[in-house]
Write a protein that binds this ligand. Structure first.
Ligand SMILES: Cc1ncc(COP(=O)(O)O)c(C=O)c1O
Length: 416
């Protein structure tokens, strides 16, 4: 049965994650099949010409669009547009928010940025972002594409205001909240208001929070970016990205042109796997959030731990803003041991349940060292100035039984 009549504005998040755009297979497959094809046939020349002219619905070639990719994009748009759907009960999803899925999270970041900024522009970016994003901005966007990057302290709204005052023509501000790996919290509503006053858009990388914990579009952001490799897929089986916005002209205009021209499109199988993972999104996120809070509290009370960065802890500097804009605090924790780097290495090598690996948001617990791994591209001096010290350890808390995660950390900490 087709689900197209479902009243999306009335449905809960888990229901959306399970049902959006399902049940549309012409052969009535219960689970949407994989459209593992590079190209699509046209019944006649006129239809092919119409599709190329952008008239009517249909598919041409997988780089330009594929049913699995569109399906996943609609689902993520429904989750990020969850509140907007409720505010616009008479509108179908595609008139409220829409998006595209891409080959990787970095494909999403880079395609989003080049589809909005051009050579000669200045863009305003928070200083703590994922190391790959930093690398793209510092090594490609600025020197090769001539887009000037001004770095600001993400968790200080005044520094965004100051940057816009100095660069009033900046077309966009770029935030990541919580930031990878410092967990810095950007006041999304505050930065969106400043950006809009200057006629700019706010882009938010929502990978750490996910739409379960935070929905930037509802807080005033213009464009949301994801590495779907992480919580959206949840099982660590694919790399992928997504970009969602309520600016539909942008999504179907300059963003689509950049994506299809640069060929940052995903494979049908990867998007199918991500859609499968997304079906358990809400139950996974509930458990990630519950577990991470308990693990953060355990770490905070441990005598060998110097500092814990988790937005859900009252001791965390960004907690008040996090409480205002997040429904829960997701599964990422950063912390420093009193023994610095040496102690951190002992801990990372001492755990048995947690896996020493980069990436995050998987059902299993992962532990890593940002200074030598995810943020190695950030020069040491800049890294230390923004709190990514050699002693910082990043933990992606999984959905295992929390007592087992804590016991694993306790055992490894005893050896430090
Ligand atoms: C916050 C954030 N954004 C973007 C990315 C890039 O995603 P991908 O590795 O899927 O390209 C990552 C990867 O770790 C990330 O943590």
């Amino acid at each position: 049965m087709s689900h197209k009549e479902l009243p999306l504005h009335k449905l809960g998040m888990s229901t959306l994650a399970v049902h959006v755009d399902e049940g549309k297979d012409p052969n009535h497959a219960h689970v949407t099949p994989i459209y593992q094809t590079s190209t699509f046939s046209f019944p006649d020349v006129a239809t092919g010409a119409r599709l190329f002219a952008g008239e009517g619905e249909g598919y041409i070639y997988t780089r330009l669009g594929n049913p699995n990719a569109r399906h996943l994009a609609h689902k993520i748009a429904a989750l990020e547009g969850y509140d907007l759907l409720r505010q616009n009960p008479d509108k179908p999803l595609t008139e409220v928010a829409d998006g595209w899925v891409l080959a990787t999270g970095m494909a999403a970041v880079s395609t989003a940025l080049v589809s909005r900024a051009k050579a000669g522009d200045t863009i305003i970016v928070q200083e703590v972002v994922y190391g790959g994003t930093f690398g793209f901005l510092a090594n490609v966007l600025a020197p090769r594409l001539g887009i000037n990057v001004v770095w600001v302290k993400g968790d200080d709204c005044e520094s965004w205001e100051k940057a816009f005052k100095e660069h009033p023509n900046a077309p966009l501000a770029y935030a990541e909240s919580p930031a990878n790996p410092s967990m810095d919290i950007t006041d999304i509503a505050c930065v969106a208001e400043i950006a809009h006053r200057y006629g700019a858009w706010l882009f938010v990388d929502n990978t750490f929070a996910t739409p379960y914990c935070q929905r930037p579009l509802s807080l005033g952001a213009d464009v949301v970016i994801h590495s779907t490799t992480k919580y959206i897929t949840g099982h660590g089986v694919v790399v992928g990205g997504a970009v969602v916005s309520h600016h539909l002209d942008y999504i179907h205009g300059s963003f689509k042109t950049a994506l299809t021209s640069m060929g940052t499109s995903p494979s049908p199988f990867d998007t199918w796997l991500t859609n499968l993972g997304l079906k358990t999104f809400e139950v996974r996120m509930q458990r990630h959030c519950e577990n991470a809070m308990k693990v953060a509290q355990f770490l905070e009370s441990h005598p060998k731990v110097a500092k814990v960065m988790y937005p859900g802890l009252e001791s965390f500097p960004g907690h008040e803003i996090a409480k205002k804009q997040m429904h829960c605090y997701s599964g990422m924790i950063s912390f420093e041991l009193k023994g610095g780097l040496e102690a951190g290495i002992k801990l990372m090598e001492g755990v048995r349940l947690a896996t020493l690996a980069v990436s995050l948001g998987n059902v299993d617990t992962l532990i890593e060292h940002p200074a030598s791994m995810t943020h190695a591209k950030v020069p040491r001096e800049e890294r230390e100035a923004i709190g990514i010290t050699d002693g910082l350890v990043r933990l992606s808390v999984g959905i295992e039984n929390v007592e087992d995660i804590i016991a694993d950390l306790e055992e490894a900490l005893a050896k430090v």
